[in-house]
Design a protein around this ligand. Structure first.
Ligand code: IFM
Length: 784
């Protein structure tokens, strides 16, 4: 059972609480309460093991491929969290005995996981337990853990084993060679393992400090076995005695920037990582934890300054949950890495990056932390090599970005086979890696958005223009001339709606390809004026003049599906002529994908049913570039597609929430926002088993800021057209506009925009253009 109202006073709406332990629904809390710092992610499995637990530790970027039939994935590293505990010889587990006052909590403010309860053993002895854990935001390689056991009424013998356990797999796949184990000074444990194919060295070190009533327990029994190294402590507790175990661990890999160099030496990696652990041990758990808390305060809460005053505390908590996860999932330290669709919280999607990053997550960073946004775009710049390879292999020019991306040079890594087909009993073929091609334009869109918001010319000249030019070259070569209609088509694709495969002229794809080519033309002409030298350099490498001429010749002849008489834009050539079925049952289902209990994908392909926002996300994105469609078109499409959209992808609800607000369906907008937040925070016990939903989490922020606050690009300009939900009294947040910090405060009667450096800028509010010099106050008519 999850509860969100346990935080009181300064902790109000900061705590995610599990109030009852359920061995049948472990995945939920393991995922949503996972800890991390962008360098690594530690799933929050309990210390004592359970049958259906998934214990994961991932370090970003350490991809490995196990055998030819598999695709590369983030390997599950050795575990440091498990503790095998016996009390008077009996195994400790919450499945036995009686548990009282159980609470497991993630404190979003301090990024600390705690668990506390009283446990009455089957022999009737009572113990008080408290566990604490953090993954430091201050020292990226550090994990800290603490266990406290107090015997409340009886003497007891406690034995526990703790160490580094390399017997971990990704659902059965073992990514590491056996490795080397070592114990230094009877205290410092070290496990060194190498991935089987990518040859990445991973070194994990751990040290324990065990005390009873403050007195240190020394001389544990040392153990080294296959793929593990550990210590066993044995001690006696009298009634009232308190056992405290502090465990610190450091995790390093040869992928770390400071080691991934031609002069790399394994010995150095081992030494540095061990020395770091020793330094940490000297500082001690409490001091390390304090520095970690300070880092959260400075780098996250004070920086983003997102405050909502809502009658419903859940809204506040959901936004903090979003900022928490956006922080722990993002490799802000290393531009060679992207964000996985499940962050670093689970094995789902193998740590791969999708368009989820550019369209759903990046806007948060572009507006709130542009440096990190730039790093994430650099990751795609580095990915140009793989994208060019994919284009070449498919007979195209330029850069065709992989649908799923891992290490930048890997290129396409989408698996080819997926879930069972309920009709044939075979594995369904995943076509996305072949024909879900809009990703290339999505990345160009992200470059556009980044540049427009930040004005970072240096980034553009070094990386951004090249990405836009190369993706435009891809689209120009991808277009297919239709002689009969005398226009260019894009056939045989999957658009965002993955329930429609092999369609022709998916509106999203065609418009985004058109956008990408138009953007390349605009940027080419801009660069020609602003920096002809840079253009000449690019010209030499990329044969741009020829490409530019091609763009100019195709741009006016790309087929862009227009609104019909009823203003509905056809999602593709056939969608609107497919049969409709009664979707009530599936729309109402708490589980996603229930349609596939009755139909296979081939059948679903022939119905007007969408997995996720398609035309609607197009309208949301396009408006940011140019205002092409009227409010009536928006309304007509929302009303047509929303009833047909099952939101079976977590990417969908937040987009619908934003657009519902845009068309004045305010209550629906709030309920869609709420449902988006409940994808991970809702009561459904298994919705997050494979990990959190990173894009949806970015979408929570977008639904609040781009939706309710109405802050987004519109026709290339900044616009803020707020319409807060009725029960939100106030909203405040900080963004950056052209490098200047800007604070935005909104309530139901006024919008206040503050230029923190007094640099004047223009913005549009509810259709009118204003100049904000230092502070701008605009009164809002709540009726309008
Ligand atoms: O990128 C998404 C896609 O749009 C829907 N299926 C899941 C992917 C990863 O989140």
């Amino acid at each position: 059972m999850l509860a969100y109202n346990h935080g009181k006073g300064s902790l109000e709406n900061w705590l995610i609480t599990e109030t009852e332990f359920s061995p049948d629904a472990l995945g939920k809390c393991e995922s949503i309460m996972y800890l991390g710092n962008g360098y690594m992610g530690l799933r929050s499995a309990t210390e004592e093991p359970y049958l259906h637990e998934v214990r994961n530790l991932f370090v970003n970027g350490t991809f490995n491929r196990f055998g030819g039939d598999e695709v590369t994935e983030l390997p599950n590293l050795a575990d440091v969290t498990r503790i095998d505990l016996r009390i008077d010889g009996e195994r400790f587990s919450l499945e036995f005995g009686e548990t009282k006052h159980y609470l497991r909590q993630l404190n979003l403010k301090t990024a600390e996981l705690t668990r506390s309860f009283d446990w009455i053993s089957p022999k009737g002895k009572t113990f008080r337990f408290r566990f604490r854990r953090f993954v430091s935001l201050d020292r990226l390689h550090l994990i800290g853990m603490k266990m406290e056991i107090t015997s409340l009424d009886s003497p007891a013998e406690i034995t526990f084993h703790s160490g580094i356990n390399g017997r971990m797999t990704n659902s059965g796949t073992q990514h590491f060679h056996e490795g080397e184990k070592r114990i230094f000074d009877k205290r410092y444990l070290q496990l060194l393992q190498r991935t089987t194919e990518s040859n990445i060295d991973v070194v994990i070190n751990a040290a324990h400090r065990v005390t009873v009533n403050g007195e240190e327990i020394r001389d544990p029994v040392m153990a080294i076995d296959r793929r593990m190294v550990g210590l066993t402590f044995r001690l006696q507790l009298s009634p009232g005695d308190k056992l405290v175990m502090e465990k610190l661990a450091t995790v390093y890999t040869s992928r770390d920037k400071e080691f991934d160099k031609p002069d790399y030496q394994l010995a150095k990696l081992r030494e540095v990582s061990l020395q770091d652990l020793k330094d940490c041990v000297k500082k001690g758990y409490d001091a390390l934890f304090q520095s970690h808390c300070r880092a959260w305060e400075e780098k996250v809460w004070n920086k983003y300054n997102l405050n909502v005053d809502s009658e419903d505390g859940f809204d506040v908590l959901a936004l903090r949950f979003a900022l928490y996860h956006l922080t722990v999932m993002t490799p802000a330290h290393d531009e060679r890495m992207g964000i996985g669709a499940k962050g670093l919280s689970g094995e789902g999607y193998k740590g791969h990056s999708f368009w989820d990053t550019e369209i759903f997550i990046l806007p948060f960073f572009i507006f709130s932390n542009p440096e990190v946004a730039r790093s994430l775009l650099n990751y795609r710049y580095l990915g140009l090599a793989g994208a060019r390879k994919k284009a070449r292999e498919n007979g195209y020019e330029g850069a065709m970005y992989p649908w799923e991306a891992a290490w930048p040079e890997d290129g396409e890594v989408t698996p080819v086979w997926g879930a069972v087909d309920i009709v044939t009993g075979e594995q369904t073929k995943i076509w996305s890696g072949f024909i879900e091609q809009h990703i290339s334009a999505d990345i160009a869109f992200a470059v556009y958005q980044y540049y427009t918001v930040t004005g970072d010319r240096e980034f553009m000249e070094r990386y951004g223009y090249e990405m836009v030019f190369e993706t435009a070259k891809f689209w120009a070569s991808r277009l297919e001339w239709n002689e009969e209609k005398r226009e260019y088509h894009i056939n045989d694709v999957i658009g965002p709606d993955e329930y429609k495969e092999h369609v022709n002229n998916n509106a999203f794809t065609n418009y985004m390809a058109h956008f990408n080519i138009q953007l390349a033309i605009t940027y080419y002409e801009k660069l020609e004026k602003e920096n002809p030298r840079r253009l000449a350099e690019l010209e030499e490498r990329l044969a741009l003049r020829k490409a530019y001429e091609k763009w100019k010749s195709v741009i006016g002849r790309i087929y862009l599906p227009q609104p019909r008489e009823d203003l509905v834009i056809p999602q593709d050539d056939t969608y609107l002529s497919l049969k409709t079925i009664d979707l009530t049952k599936y729309k109402q289902s708490k589980k996603v994908g229930t349609l596939f209990q009755d139909y296979n994908l081939e059948q679903v392909n022939k119905m007007q049913v969408s997995k996720q926002a398609d035309v609607l996300i197009l309208l949301y994105l396009l408006e940011q570039w140019e205002k092409k469609f009227s409010q009536d078109v928006l309304k007509a499409n929302f009303r047509y597609y929303e009833p047909k959209t099952l939101h079976d992808s977590s990417l969908s609800l937040s987009t619908h929430a934003i657009l519902a607000n845009d068309i004045g369906e305010y209550e629906l907008a709030y309920s869609l926002f709420r449902r988006a937040a409940e994808i991970d925070l809702g009561p459904f016990p298994h919705s997050s088993d494979h990990g959190i939903h990173a894009a949806s989490i970015g979408g929570i922020w977008q639904a609040a800021v781009a939706g309710f606050a109405g802050l987004r690009l519109s026709g290339g300009k900044l616009r803020i057209s707020p319409r807060l939900p009725k029960h939100w009294r106030r909203m405040e947040f900080s963004i950056y506009w052209k490098g200047q910090p800007v604070t935005v405060s909104i309530d139901h009667s006024a919008l206040i925009v503050k230029a923190e450096r007094n640099e004047p800028f223009e913005l549009e509010v509810c259709g009118k253009t204003y100049t904000c010099k230092d502070q701008l106050t605009i009164h809002i008519d709540p009726k309008n």
